[in-house]
Design a binder for this molecule. Structure first.
Ligand code: KIV
Ligand code: ZN
Length: 436
């Protein structure tokens, strides 16, 4: 097939985002229980959802999309249980998704009656591809669906009397929508809701529903949108990136530079196709730049284990921060550098974490140093002496390091596999220590 060149970039020669720094955390919204769950081969049952919801609250999310209640009875019942059994912390907003059809809107409102804090989230696909292929509707017709849906939802607000209600609107496939048209629809939606009258800001969520271009193009679209929206202080600009091109994290980070206030995503990037944005990675990227992300990942192994159990998904060994191998160095030069860094850290009171090849202290994430150095035929003297020292308290004289390293490599080579720390110790004792 021939593929069409990307067509929806904006003309922004004086773009500001490339000169900005990521120096504060956004508002986070987890969509694990909706976008993440809808993409699972076996969606979560109610008990799993309850456990997952608690996990999200413990991590520190204050906005959690809990489902699409008009789409399934299970989702409806789960949301009712959260509300009726008082399981939602007072400072947490639950968010519910709906299409812009009156009977679905009504059912959505019914699902959240009695909740303390609610985000009502409506979406309408605005992209040219959706308009032409899926709906066969003109721009004006699509805009009318969004405006009429917003207007109808507003008429139901009295049913939520006593709740704190926020409204979120998503022009689905924003990144593949003509920028002028996306702006026009969003402007009309915000004017219809009229936050000055209803209270609160409108959350405008601008998704890369299917990634279609490089992250800089999306950042331009976000900066252009923020600049051209009339009444920027009436809205919260939210982003919701997917990962079709493997650039969900990059798109989110650049879009934050470009002016977005809020980020939707999931733990470890679960979600449709290649997934939603991985919030763990973006939050810990901020953390390792000295910015408090406002989310607590200090026990990542436990978070991972609940995630894996509830979703049935597994974490890739090289997944940033969470993978089994990400704090492991096999090669000799890396092991040597890490050992030097660790020694220096122990000797000096250093203000900052600075260890070559370890961008973050594994202990900050509830992980141990134990797995940092593993030994195979690629390993060098530094790693071997590190293991002997750290695991067995053996201070091997420096002059011996090359010999011990060489012997360990030979044994590993011969066995064609990695050696355990115990085996490294055995090689050392058998070849270099005279116990007679
Ligand atoms: O990816 C998407 O566009 C969505 C919307 C419903 C926000 O999930
Ligand atoms: Zn999505």
């Amino acid at each position: 097939h021939k593929y069409r060149p990307f067509r929806f970039s904006v003309d922004l020669p004086d773009r500001m985002w490339p000169d900005k720094k990521l120096d504060k955390a956004p508002i986070w919204c987890s969509v694990d229980l909706r976008d993440g769950n809808q993409a699972l081969p076996v969606p979560m049952n109610v008990d799993q959802k309850l456990e997952y919801f608690k996990l999200l609250c413990d991590v520190g999310f204050k906005e959690i999309e809990v489902g699409f209640p008009s789409a399934s009875q299970i989702e409806f019942d789960f949301i009712r249980k959260l509300i009726d059994d008082n399981l939602i912390p007072d400072d947490v907003y639950i968010q519910v998704l709906t299409q812009a059809r009156p009977h679905l809107i009504e059912r959505t409102v019914e699902a959240v009656q009695g909740a303390k804090n609610v985000v009502l989230h409506m979406y309408v696909a605005t992209s040219e591809m959706h308009r032409n292929i899926v709906f066969k509707r003109s721009q004006e017709e699509v805009k009318k669906i969004a405006v009429d849906g917003t207007s109808y939802l507003k008429t139901l607000l009295p049913r939520l009397e006593g709740s704190n209600v926020l409204y979120e609107f998503s022009p689905e496939a924003f990144n593949m929508t003509e920028p002028d048209f996306a702006l026009d629809v969003c402007q009309a939606v915000v004017d219809t809701w009229n936050p000055d009258e209803v209270g609160g800001k409108v959350i405008l969520n601008l998704p890369t529903t299917i990634e279609g271009s490089t992250p800089n193009v999306y950042a331009d679209q976000i900066e252009w949108f923020c600049r051209n929206f009339k009444g920027r202080d009436r809205i919260i600009v939210s982003i919701h990136t997917h990962n079709d091109r493997g650039t969900g994290v990059a798109s989110t980070e650049l879009a934050l530079l470009a002016g977005a206030d809020r980020v939707e995503g999931t733990l470890f990037g679960n979600g449709e196709r290649t997934g939603n944005l991985d919030i763990v990675t973006v939050a810990l990227n901020l953390y390792t730049m000295g910015v408090d992300p406002g989310l607590d990942f200090s026990n990542l192994p436990q978070i991972r284990s609940i995630y894996e159990r509830c979703t049935g998904m597994s974490i890739h060994p090289r997944h940033p921060y969470a993978g089994d191998l990400v704090f492991t160095a096999f090669s000799g030069s890396h092991q040597d550098a890490i050992k030097k860094g660790m020694d220096l850290l122990k000797q000096e009171q250093k203000e900052y974490w600075e260890i070559p090849y370890l961008p973050v202290d594994p202990q900050d994430l509830g992980r141990s140093y134990k797995a940092i150095i593993r030994i195979n035929s690629q390993s060098g003297k530094g790693g071997v002496s590190y293991i002997l020292q750290e695991e067995y308290g053996l201070e091997v004289p420096k002059k011996m390091h090359p010999y011990v390293g060489k012997k360990v490599n030979e044994v590993s080579d011969k066995l064609v596999r990695e050696l355990s720390t115990q085996e490294v110790y055995n090689v050392f004792m058998e070849n270099f220590v005279n116990i007679s």
